[in-house]
Design a protein around this ligand. Structure first.
Ligand code: FES
Length: 109
């Protein structure tokens, strides 16, 4: 699958008021990204599960992790690391910030 390069620059993706403790799917340079506020901190991970492509934005949030709705892989929202399989590859994590009433993300170097 071809992907556009993830943005190195801060990229506006959502209104801050639209991102709460639930999971919100946005599009970042052609890639689905899931946003949430975990413990008051904005988090952003690639939304397509590294296991078999499940939609993480349709999963659940538990203890600072997102749980894939397909096979239950669990990824730390802070850095995308695998907390529980079957996935073995971390989810790409994005830097995320709030500026005024907007949410911006960029690829992590
Ligand atoms: S697709 Fe996400 S755990 Fe299998």
């Amino acid at each position: 699958m071809d992907h556009e390069p993830a943005p190195r620059e801060w990229t506006d993706v959502a209104a801050a008021q639209d991102v709460g403790e639930g999971l919100v799917r946005v599009d970042v340079a052609g890639e689905p990204v899931v946003l949430t506020r975990s413990g008051g901190v904005l988090r952003a991970l690639a939304a397509t599960c590294t296991h078999l492509g499940g939609p993480l934005d349709e999963g659940t949030v538990e203890d600072g992790c997102v749980v894939c709705p397909w096979h239950g892989s669990r990824f730390d929202l802070a850095d995308g690391s695998v907390e529980r399989g079957p996935a073995s590859v971390p989810q790409p994590a994005y830097d995320v910030r709030e500026t005024g009433d907007r949410v911006e993300v960029r690829a992590r170097p």
